[in-house]
Design a protein around this ligand. Structure first.
Ligand code: ADP
Ligand code: MG
Length: 614
């Protein structure tokens, strides 16, 4: 071991000198404000494959060796590096959070995801100084765990050796900054709406205070197991904790959907089809009959308007917020779920969510652990740069209701509680659904009252749809036919799969599926949307602009003096602009034309008619 150490030491010193001379010098100039050297795994691998693979298998030893080599640098340093760290990035051993197993313990791994929670940064004692109350001798005890270890073998003074009493001497003890966090699988990595899994992370020293809920990161570190805390006694179950060595930030703007050159060709070809609008609408929730105007609005929401940031730092959202209000059983929940499947980055939540953070965010106290305050991001934080679908908004908690004002307009969520002040980002489109509080919708009562939502909050939605369940025989039999055909196709598939019924052919199934199979496959449509959001930033034509202004001023005039359910304000004008931009994005156009403006005013009229401003 000692021989190997010696050999490594020389090699690693040579490695740092060859690859990181400038960085080490810079570190020396800024020490101790800066005390981490960032090493790229690729460089280590090129330099010496064996050491690189040892780093993965036995990271504790190799990182220690790297830090020893750094401390022993040949460069002339003003002050010694007593407390430097080597942080390794670009670790190839990337493990999905849900696949972490005991075989990964003590290995160097990388996990990718979103920060869900982060505690306050607090000092943690690493080496405790205990003063013997009988002979005044100080005994030092290393503190690896969360519970303070005392000098169990007694006083260090051979002539004393008593088992206490001891007094903990804070000034002579050593502390390190520490922070706990939780990383969760990001929405786009979840298949078929499964629940995200998460893992705890420990950050220490200069890695603390760098992340907040909603951040997309890769954490490189050593996987450890810790005994699950119990109120009494010790558990036989262990939890996984990742001891962070380094943090890499991911570009938050874009989802990680890979679009191949072939798919890009397909997307561009689709965008030139004059029927592209109808084709996309018919590909949204094909099992849901009708509701084409709602689906059209959802299409615009998926493509989204353009976010604008101005030189003075102000910002206007591009996200389109939509709420579906209406009777039970009109497929609101189904539409929400479908949109999350189509969205490149979508989060589904319910207004009556049981988690502490709810829809927005919360500061909660970790009761079982060390009692630290933790900030936890809710659905709108985790949906940052995507769509948050929130069902049953009528059952929302009051805290969420008040936080939503800020979340929808400024697209941030502020927390000020127990001395914690934090601002989290929530740059997402909100797709809400609400049932009337009194069972069925009543056209003569106020909309806001019926879904128990303040009018000010309601007015932050760009589009409000009221979906009524009115018995109407022609429509009813069409919906019924559609639903039963969907079920029939499903029955055929089940029978064929489960009792291998040979008389059921694929052609029979396909014939039934024809009306419910989407024209554009969901995977391709999701990529189409991602492509448009990444690459298309349309600018509005002059005539389109005046069309929107005319429409807005006439709306204002109509609304004058009337007790309208939702007041017509400048917000509606901004909504019109966003919708028109989204409409241009649908056909991948960098120009917002008169046609886009007309599509926008059409869909807005459709909404207003239902809400009752007609
Ligand atoms: P809500 O959330 O509005 O109460 P759901 O989304 O739970 O309603 O829908 C109830 C059921 O009715 C679902 O199974 C849905 O598929 C069906 N349904 C309602 N309207 C339609 C429709 N227009 N086309 C097809 N199915 C429908
Ligand atoms: Mg529902």
């Amino acid at each position: 071991m000692a021989v190997a150490d010696e050999k490594w030491h020389k090699k690693l010193k040579d490695f740092l000198k060859r690859y990181y001379q400038d960085e080490v010098l810079e570190l020396a100039n800024n020490y101790p404000d800066k005390r981490s050297l960032v090493v790229n795994y690729d460089n280590l691998e090129i330099y010496d494959r064996a050491i690189a693979s040892d780093l993965i298998e036995d990271p504790e030893t190799v990182i220690l060796a790297l830090e020893m080599a750094l401390k022993d640098t040949d460069l002339p340093l003003a002050k010694g590096f007593d407390n430097v760290h080597v942080r390794v990035v670009n670790i190839p051993n990337r493990i999905p959070i849900r696949e972490l197993r005991s075989k990964h313990l003590s290995k160097f791994i990388a996990v990718e995801g979103m920060i869900r929670r982060a505690t306050e940064v607090r000092p943690r004692i690493t080496k405790a100084a205990f003063k013997c109350m009988r002979c005044d001798t100080i005994t030092y005890v290393e503190q690896p765990g969360t519970k303070l270890d005392e000098p169990y073998s007694g006083c260090e003074n051979e002539n004393c050796g008593k088992r206490g009493p001891f007094k903990l001497m804070a000034e002579q003890s050593e502390f390190i900054d520490s922070q706990k966090g939780q990383i969760q699988e990001s929405p786009e990595s979840l298949k078929g709406g499964s629940n995200p899994e998460s893992i705890e992370i420990n950050f220490t020293d200069d890695m603390t205070g760098l992340v907040s809920p909603g951040d997309r990161v890769i954490i490189n570190g050593i996987l450890r197991s810790v005994q699950r805390p119990l109120r009494e006694g010790k558990s036989t179950y262990y939890d996984l904790v990742l001891e962070a060595n380094s943090i890499e930030r991911l570009d938050k703007e874009f989802d990680e959907l890979d679009i191949t050159a072939e798919e890009e060709d397909q997307i561009i070809k689709l965008s030139k089809d004059p029927h592209i609008y109808d084709r996309i609408v018919s590909s949204i929730a094909p099992t849901i009959y009708g509701n084409d105007h709602v689906k059209k609005a959802l299409m615009y929401q998926l493509f989204s308007g353009v976010v604008k940031t101005f030189p003075d730092g102000s910002r206007v959202r591009g996200d389109i917020h939509i709420i579906l209000v209406g009777d039970p059983g009109v497929a609101k929940s189904q539409l929400l779920r479908y949109i999350i499947r189509l969205s490149p980055r979508g989060v589904f939540a319910s207004g009556k969510s049981a988690s502490a953070s709810g829809l927005t965010a919360a500061a909660v106290r970790d009761e079982l652990g060390d009692g630290r305050w933790t900030i936890e991001g809710g659905a709108l934080v985790m949906a940052d740069m995507g769509i948050a679908a929130v069902d049953e908004m009528d059952k929302m908690r009051d805290e969420d209701k008040s936080a939503l004002h800020e979340a929808m307009e400024q697209q941030t969520i502020s927390i000020a509680k127990a001395g914690i002040i934090a601002t989290l980002k929530s740059r997402c489109s909100l797709l809400g659904a609400a049932n009337p509080v009194y069972g069925r919708f009543n056209r003569f009562e106020s909309l806001a009252d019926q879904i128990d939502m303040p009018p000010a909050l309601l007015s932050r939605f760009d589009l409000i749809f009221v979906l009524l369940d009115i018995p109407e025989s022609r429509m009813d039999s069409k919906i019924a036919g559609h639903i039963l055909q969907t079920h029939y196709a499903g029955e055929l598939i089940q029978q064929k799969n489960n009792i291998s019924a040979s008389h059921i052919t694929q052609e029979m199934i396909d014939a039934q599926l024809i009306t419910i199979n989407p024209d554009i496959a969901p995977d391709l449509l999701r990529k189409y949307i991602a492509y448009a959001r990444r690459n298309i930033y349309p600018v509005m034509d002059e005539d389109a602009r005046s069309h929107l202004i005319d429409f807005y001023t006439s709306l204002r005039k109509q609304g004058e003096g009337k007790n309208t359910p939702v007041p017509v304000t400048a917000r509606q004008l901004e909504a019109l602009v966003r919708l028109a931009e989204a409409s241009a994005r649908v056909r991948l156009s960098n120009r917002v034309t008169m046609d886009d403006a007309i599509r926008t005013t059409d869909i807005t009229m459709e909404c207003l008619k239902n809400v009752g401003i007609d």
